[in-house]
Design a protein around this ligand. Structure first.
Ligand code: RB5
Length: 150
């Protein structure tokens, strides 16, 4: 699996830590910045990562800002993206099983690196349930998107 990874300055340090962790897990990742703690605008990074996932060049994405909220708003503007802000293990597992989330968003100012690593591990390893009711719900989202983007 190839992961597109990105953060703004508010999520930079957690991105550095998670990049190292993905390496330990032998998960390939492409880093879309930012490259230091100098202030940047989260939409600039968030859209790049979301477009990478949309294009299929990367299978999934992880986006980090201070709260995780800005990155969630940005990523969900991109067609086909289902980005979920998860600060607990239950949500990380559920959003894969039920929502087939393809981008995980995190807030560095909200949770520590230890919990973030566990969330990432569960999120990476949980498959979409393929249950009919969840497929139907995702199809309803896709139908709305098809109307918006036609
Ligand atoms: C940056 O200060 C902060 O606003 C940003 O990282 C993020 O939390 C936005 O949602």
């Amino acid at each position: 699996m190839k992961i597109a990874l990105g953060s703004d300055h508010g999520g930079y340090q957690l991105k550095v830590n998670l990049k190292e962790y993905l390496k330990e897990l032998n998960v390939e990742c492409i880093d879309f910045g930012c490259d230091n703690e100098k202030s940047v605008d989260y939409p600039d990074i968030g859209f790049k990562v979301a477009e990478e996932v949309k294009s299929g060049k990367c299978d999934r994405g992880i986006l980090i800002c201070g709260t995780g909220i800005g990155m969630t708003i940005v990523a969900n503007k991109v067609r086909g993206i289902r980005a979920s802000l998860c600060h607990d293990i239950f949500s990380a597992r559920n959003t894969r099983e039920h929502n087939d989330a393809n981008i995980l968003t995190l807030g560095e100012r909200v949770i520590g690196t230890g919990l973030a690593k566990e969330i990432v591990k569960v999120w990476l390893n949980t498959k979409f349930s393929q249950e009919e009711r969840h497929i139907n719900r995702l199809n309803k989202i896709k139908q709305e998107e098809d109307k918006i983007y036609k």
